[in-house]
Design a binder for this molecule. Structure first.
Ligand code: F6R
Length: 642
């Protein structure tokens, strides 16, 4: 069986008393740890069957969630002789209609990420067929069910969870008696897949999926969720009553199911959000602040107006006991939050800094802003970026990846045609006409074309340079890292390499910054931000012994996807209406990302709108807690290594 590797979660919940969870939840530090354990459990099932000379029948999933499980199974096969000779697999689903060899088909996926690396007999691998005529679909679905039954049913089912709460392609509304069938894909799910298909229009509307009943018939089920972007749906699946509106809730009725997740995906469970409701807590200032902000927001009352009764009536009497009375507690937490607000992101020179988020000295700091994609710097902290430059700090911006996945082909065509006409006009054709024609052809079947990717990267470089110059940098402060993990890994499989870490270390060593800003925005749909952050964490760890590192503070920002909660913020930079407009102009420099960038996620607003709304909302939340009213606020959390 799987075991929690986090002894308690969250750490400040000392004695759990009441659980809100209706499915056994197992939490790991990160997806790597969790995936390893899942792979081990699958190996156990296979080997147990082997020892009894029986076949193991596995239900498998696709998507980003199982990727690490599959790579772990491959390494168990390579390094620990795990054989798949007795294994039959049944995949959950396939898009319809879609050819097997389409790079987004689940046939292609399974072969690419598992089957071709192990010793499974290809005849034992079943995936619903996306390339059969509509008239054959019904009988194909029946045969699929029959085949599973004839092998004795599923010993094990692996599942991911979609943001709609779907399992397989059983979207909201699916009945618990459903079997393998053709279904319509939910719009949110289609939008989530849009980037993989190079635009929403290319995403199939339908899929063949095994049913809820088929899934529930498995003898053991593990459902996985990794990352903050899954946290909301995880809470619904785990804590809401069973209902068709979140099909994953059906799993609550299964006798042998585990919901395996990482810390980030567990972040919205009641025990994580409001641990005092789940048991006895270890109260420190951080948890007290979280509780006070929660209470203030729940009651719609400013912090300084909260009374003893408010605390008592909302399950926070224990907190009050520790703090003597509401008045004392309110003042303490009010001051704590007040001290996060500053107009001096690089520290205010010549002032007492004991209650300020940043040090006064050195008055002029060396700063690196790491930006995972070429526009995250201005989207997430454009106002602070402008301030740092204006306040005389030596600011560098480091674009970690080229961002070439997120440029439309039509933009590339515009540049190629410009180039062509300019070359004709000046009689200075550097690229041959055939080369240009080939590029145009490649636009039709764009995936994987290196030259096209290069052009896309150059388009984004130009935009990033323009925006950084607009923020006041000269070219010496602009660094393009083109981190190899992004160039090599493709959209799905992003794994940090030694080269990425070295590049990051080299830049840090060359600049010896006092302040580093990095994207701690872990909700980005393709994991790029996460890998970029891991590169920085690892570089910091390795450089820890260097003298200048003692003065180097790491600040995390978030932005386009989701902001920090108020109690997590250590530095809040208010922006005036004019500064917000200036920030918008900086974001506008990223023309290829305007209107409908290829990767908008499920949010249909443009990046500048999301960013402004977030910044305004943070200001509003501060206001509601009883602080001064600002137009907008950019928020940062200081990262301290343990
Ligand atoms: C995949 C499948 C889906 C995914 C779900 C989560 O075969 O049927 O239910 O498991 O959409 O997708 P990811 O893991 O990409 O977040």
């Amino acid at each position: 069986m799987l075991e929690n590797n986090l002894k308690t979660f969250p750490e400040n919940l000392l004695y759990p008393i009441k659980s809100y969870e209706r499915i056994p939840v197992i939490i790991y530090e990160d997806s790597k740890d969790g995936s390893k354990q899942i792979a081990r459990r699958i190996a156990e099932i296979i080997q147990d069957k082997q020892s009894r000379k029986q076949a193991a029948v596995l239900g498998l999933a696709t998507g980003s969630s199982p990727l690490k499980v599959y790579s772990e199974l491959i390494s168990l096969h390579r390094n620990e002789d795990l054989s798949f000779k007795n294994v039959y697999t049944f995949n959950l689903d396939e898009y319809y209609p879609l050819e097997d060899d389409h790079p987004e088909s689940y046939h292609y996926f399974m072969n690419e990420y598992l089957f071709r690396h192990i010793d499974i007999d290809p005849d034992n691998t079943y995936i619903p067929k996306g390339n059969i005529p509509l008239t054959d679909v019904k009988s194909h679905c029946l045969e699929y069910e029959e085949k599973i039954k004839s092998l004795g049913g599923l010993d094990f089912q692996l599942l991911g969870i979609g943001r709609t709460g779907h399992i397989g392609f059983n979207e909201p509304g699916s009945d618990e008696r459903t079997m393998t069938r053709l279904v319509r894909i939910d719009n949110i799910t289609r939008r989530d897949a849009a980037s993989d298909f190079d635009g929403l229009v290319n995403v199939p509307y339908e899929a063949i999926t095994v049913g809820v009943k088929t899934i529930m018939s498995a003898r053991e089920i593990i459902i996985m969720a990794w990352g903050q972007h899954k946290a909301d749906i995880v809470r619904e699946a785990v804590e809401n009553p069973v209902g068709a509106n979140v099909p994953a809730t059906y799993l609550q009725e299964h006798p042998n199911v585990s919901f395996v997740m990482d810390r980030a995906a567990a972040g919205r469970l009641t025990r994580a959000q409001t641990p005092w409701k789940a048991g006895v807590c270890q109260w420190d200032d951080d948890l007290s602040c979280k509780a006070v902000v929660w209470l203030s927001q729940k009651l719609g009352k400013a912090i300084l107006k909260l009374t003893d009764e408010d605390y008592n009536e909302h399950g926070l009497s224990e907190l009050l006991l520790n703090a003597q009375n509401a008045y004392q507690l309110n003042i303490k937490m009010f001051n704590r939050l007040q001290h996060t607000i500053t107009g001096w992101p690089g520290g205010k020179p010549n002032t007492d800094d004991s209650n300020r988020p940043e040090r006064a000295l050195p008055a002029q700091k060396r700063v690196i802003i790491f930006s995972p994609h070429p526009d995250d710097d201005v989207i997430s902290m454009g106002g602070t970026f402008l301030r740092l430059v204006e306040q005389g700090h030596e600011v560098h911006v480091a674009y970690q990846t080229s961002g070439n996945n997120a440029v439309h082909n039509s933009d590339v065509l515009r540049y190629i045609e410009f180039y062509e006409e300019f070359a004709n006009h000046t009689n200075s054709n550097v690229a041959s006409q055939t080369e240009i024609e080939n590029l145009k052809l490649a636009l039709i079947d764009a995936k994987g074309n290196i030259k096209l990717k290069k052009i896309k990267a150059l388009i984004r470089r130009g935009e990033a340079r323009d925006a950084a110059r607009f923020c006041g940098l000269d070219d010496g402060g602009i660094h393009f890292m083109d981190m190899p993990f992004y160039e090599k890994g493709g959209i799905k499989n992003k794994i940090l390499t030694e080269e990425d870490i070295q590049l990051t270390m080299n830049l840090l060593k060359a600049i010896k910054p006092h302040q580093v800003f990095a994207a701690g925005d872990l909700a980005d749909p393709h994991g790029t931000h996460r890998v970029c952050l891991n590169a920085i964490f690892e570089a910091f760890r390795r450089l820890n012994h260097e003298d200048w590192m003692k003065d180097c503070w790491l600040w995390l920002y978030r932005g386009a996807w989701e902001d920090f909660k108020i109690d997590e913020i250590n530095m809040a930079i208010p922006l005036s209406p004019n500064e917000l407009l200036k920030k918008r102009s900086a974001i506008f420099k990223h023309q290829s990302q305007k209107d409908r960038p290829p990767f908008p996620g499920e949010d249909t607003r443009e990046f500048w709108q999301r960013s402004e709304e977030r910044n305004r909302n943070t200001a509003k939340l501060y206001r509601e807690l009883g602080f001064a009213e600002y137009e907008a606020i950019e928020a940062f959390k200081r990262w301290k290594f343990k």
